[in-house]
Design a protein around this ligand. Sequence first.
Ligand code: SF4
Length: 326
Amino acid sequence: MKQFQYTRPATQQAALEAITKPGTKFIAGGTNLVDLMKRGVTAPDKLVDINHLPLKSISQTPNGLRIGALALNSAVAENELVLQHFPLLSMALQAGASPQLRNMATVGGNMMQRTRCTYFYDTTMTCNKRAPDTGCGALEGVNRMHAIFGANPQCIAVNPSDMCVSLAALDAVVIIAGKKGERRIPFTEFHRLPGEHPEMDNHLGKDELITGVEIPENSFAKNSYYLKVRDRQSYAFALVSVAAGLVISDGIIKQARLAMGGVAHKPWRLFDAEKSLIGKPASEESFKQAAQIAMQGAKAYQYNSFKLKLAPATITEALKHAAGLV
Ligand code: SF4
């Protein structure tokens, strides 16, 4: 591993000043960044350790819940307010990684984690995300884990997070600090599709810091479910995952939220499928129709065509669980 400098600024302001130097990165739990450094995928000159900044709290606001960027994944998953108001977030967090990793990983770090595309981690292979304009090794390679939505020949990688899928479904907002002050981005707009710049995973500026996430109050707690399909029961990334939330009254769907993971470069919100559910009975038939709508525009590659069947089946099953039909 390349040698690097380490600093531990005392304040958020000092952290923001430290990050302006080229080759500098923030480090919190380090559960992804340290792996990337060990493998030579990234080689920062300096790490700015933000672990001690006061960004760990989970608190109620007049409109919902605010979660600090340094709150641990395990702390959020077990938090009483989260369990009571946003069980979908807790389910998604519990589905991710392993207990040890959840005890180290932070909310902000989870949002910033990089794809698990094996070609990205293997520095002997071509990868536009790791080294722009070198090609995409996965395009003609073993692309079983890769995208079926929003990809292009530049990059067909997927975002690996479970937590982010639930936050996209819950209309969360990302709170960001920069030298010019605070700004907010809807969670669904924080991560980006590869476009012409697959090296960029999100819209966070190089000199900005995620300080927290806010989730607006909603009525999905009673009927929500996170379903993750993976190769083994734990410590595996999603082949496909679905976050589903419903508001049901007298058997009729009044509101719906749906997002998928393991299918795109960003958490993939299913707006059209959600709309199709409003006013329909909370039945398997309605859920199957919504799943078909969700799959419009899907495109598979050589080894991941199974996702074209797995994804709608997972949407249907997640909605059945959310509605209490299974
Ligand atoms: Fe790199 Fe993206 Fe291609 Fe994977 S899919 S090799 S991350 S460019």
